[in-house]
Design a protein around this ligand. Structure first.
Ligand SMILES: CC(C)(COP(=O)(O)OP(=O)(O)OC[C@H]1O[C@@H](n2cnc3c(N)ncnc32)[C@H](O)[C@@H]1OP(=O)(O)O)[C@@H](O)C(=O)NCCC(=O)NCCS
Length: 169
């Protein structure tokens, strides 16, 4: 198994993915706006593409860490999704996804949803495999990396606290 140091660093731009959907009645809830589950499925799909492109391997979703529904999306709206690898560990990658609602007639874009997901790259035996380090070039990429690292560390701390509290009770 190659160690991450042997892998050439890749910039977040190299694996970034952008895609679009139109909200059809099948994607909507009974309020006539996009169903959260439909948006989550689009988010998972685009995020795994970014993780596969970064790692050059099969990647599986290990955790959907946070999803914020900010603005509802109407039937007929265009939905623009952008995914980028924010942070990498040894075998894991955190991908950030931005979802924007676009009025197809005026082009007006509004942030609708944001999400952070963690993926693990797998080798041929379906075991975790090292991923390339991130080549951070811009201040924005450096900020996203630092925030991703904080989220991962906080999640580990939280999991440890929960485990400890269950031992007490
Ligand atoms: C992903 C999977 C292979 C990891 O196996 P594992 O035995 O937990 O692996 P490890 O303990 O060695 O952890 C591997 C990495 O995952 C990270 N990880 C494990 N659980 C995590 C979680 N809940 N959230 C975030 N990262 C997690 C670890 O921190 C580690 O990262 P690092 O190598 O960058 O330090 C295994 O959990 C799995 O197969 N899960 C099911 C995936 C799936 O079916 N997804 C849905 C369909 S795509």
């Amino acid at each position: 198994m190659s160690s991450p140091n042997e892998l050439s660093p890749k910039s977040p731009q190299e694996s970034a993915v952008e895609t679009r959907h139109v909200v059809l009645p099948n994607d909507a809830n009974h309020y006539g706006t996009a169903f959260g589950g439909a948006i989550m499925s689009w988010i998972d799909l685009i995020a795994v593409m970014a993780a596969q492109r970064h790692s050059g391997r099969e990647a599986v979703t290990v955790s959907i860490d946070r999803i914020n529904f900010i603005t509802p999306i109407q039937i007929g709206d265009h939905v623009n999704l952008k995914a980028m690898v924010n942070y990498v560990g040894t075998t894991s990658m955190e991908v950030g996804v931005q979802v924007n609602r676009e009025n197809p007639y005026t082009g007006e874009m509004v942030r609708a949803t944001t999400a952070y997901l963690s993926f693990v790259a797998l080798d041929e035996n379906k075991k975790p495999a090292p991923v390339p380090p991130l080549k951070l070039e811009t201040d924005l990429e450096k900020r996203r990396f630092a925030e991703g690292k904080m989220r991962i560390e906080m999640a580990k701390e939280f999991a440890a606290k929960i485990k400890a509290s269950r031992k007490i009770s």
